[in-house]
Design a binder for this molecule. Sequence first.
Ligand SMILES: Cc1cc2nc3c(=O)[nH]c(=O)nc-3n(C[C@H](O)[C@H](O)[C@H](O)COP(=O)(O)O)c2cc1C
Length: 208
Amino acid sequence: MPNLLHISASPRGELSHSRAVAREFLDDYCVANPSHGIDTIDLWHHDLPALDDAAIAAKHAVLRKLPHSDLQAEAWSSIVAEASRLFSYDKLLFSVPMWNWSIPFVLKRFIDVITQPGVLFEWSPATGYVGLLKKPVAIIYSSSFAYPADGDMQGFDHQKSYFEHWLKVIGCNDISTVTIAPTAGPEAVVSAAREAARQQAKHLALDF
Ligand SMILES: Cc1cc2nc3c(=O)[nH]c(=O)nc-3n(C[C@H](O)[C@H](O)[C@H](O)COP(=O)(O)O)c2cc1C
């Protein structure tokens, strides 16, 4: 049975705009694909393996093709298990608020833990980075302000550029996005942004 994993990075529960649009996306997706399985990881309630001294030493050993100590092997196996989970899904959905022009730290932490050589990517001087995940990804972004490319705040938005750079490095080049912005300001403007995002999410869900 095909399956989809939703990874949510907002802590705001029912108040979250990105989660609400992701939920609407999933409702439409389930109608279009009634036999597909859906799982969710809420990064605010998700235990991750430590990225400690032993784990980083284990990563360096992999890069240098050296054997692991027992401590390193234990740290590495938890990290590989966490990262490998992504391979068991056919499609990925992320809901990603903007925090300080980038992504919330729980998502960055997740990225730091799972972005590992021999798991999500390979690297050599000859090939550079070769991404291994190769899954279609849908992303629901949210931010208080809109950041049009030709607006006053051009250059401020590192949310989308950073997150999509990471996805491409790990092999996910098939990326579709919906942005809900602005999520603050006059009620009519926020409602219009929400409705536009809802419509984009609906189209994407039927096509994803
Ligand atoms: C810690 C923090 C930092 C934020 N930084 C920005 C920012 O740099 N730019 C922006 O437009 N909005 C920023 N916001 C506002 C959120 O992006 C906005 O409220 C968005 O709707 C949050 O997504 P959510 O509703 O899914 O939680 C920030 C919010 C928080 C809590």
